[in-house]
Design a protein around this ligand. Sequence first.
Ligand SMILES: NC(=O)c1ccc[n+]([C@@H]2O[C@H](COP(=O)([O-])OP(=O)(O)OC[C@H]3O[C@@H](n4cnc5c(N)ncnc54)[C@H](OP(=O)(O)O)[C@@H]3O)[C@@H](O)[C@H]2O)c1
Length: 255
Amino acid sequence: MTPPGVACITGASSGIGAATAEEFARHGWAIAMGARRNGTLKILAAKLLELGSPKVFHHQLDVTSRKSVKDFAAATAAEFPGGIDALVNNAGLAVGTARLSQVTDDEIDQVIDTNVKGAIAILRAFLPGMLDRNRGHIINMGSVAGFWVYEGGSIYAASKHALSAVTRTLRLELNGTPIRITSIDPGMVETGFSEVRFGGDQEKAAAVYKGMTPLTALDIAECIWFAASRPAHVNIDQMILMPVDQASVYKVHRR
Ligand SMILES: NC(=O)c1ccc[n+]([C@@H]2O[C@H](COP(=O)([O-])OP(=O)(O)OC[C@H]3O[C@@H](n4cnc5c(N)ncnc54)[C@H](OP(=O)(O)O)[C@@H]3O)[C@@H](O)[C@H]2O)c1
């Protein structure tokens, strides 16, 4: 059995991040979590303690702000001086489905600043501590968009392709250390993701999953936990998860 440790989860206020915090709490892990909606994290924190987490720390985090990332990492280090055992680098989003010729500069900035520069900033904030302690496991939230592309998804796919490149590079750079690195690459998961993508339009978001059975945030959280709870010599490089109803970005069976 994996001894309980400390998991740091970004984007824990919703969807996969929140479900992952709950999964680690159920296994008795302490949690440090961040997102922009700190009020939502506060409500989740109470639940995590009830689920069995010995200690929960939450802090406002905007991964697109270098200062915010720095403050979050410093506050986490102050709260957990022994360091973290797992970093779930999950905060991310897609904005719209415009084709490249129509996508706005703001949409490009939002996605690249969050999914690429934000995820890298988080890695750079926590990696030095892991290297100093010779301990840790990085779990990057990729996507099938990290190796597939589709019309209207150029920027999101570019961002997840970039994160995949970072994950695979780190796998090489960390060789010779006990630090593990995993990419979790899901297909369609029903979370707040589509609502955010469609600017709060619930009807459009619901249509994405119409007539098919998507993955749940818990399905992903259980895989993250599986990767984190393997014996120390086992590195799960990549997990690709798809709903049975989804065979590719284009082939989704709907009833
Ligand atoms: N759902 C899917 O089908 C799917 C498939 C493959 C991969 N993914 C990936 O899974 C990850 C989680 O998404 P989800 O499906 O759980 O969607 P979600 O329910 O919308 O959750 C996204 C999380 O990211 C946080 N976030 C967004 N921008 C942030 C920022 N600038 N700083 C800090 N936190 C930020 C959000 O918190 P705040 O808004 O409070 O900041 C929220 O907690 C993303 O990286 C996404 O690309 C999702």
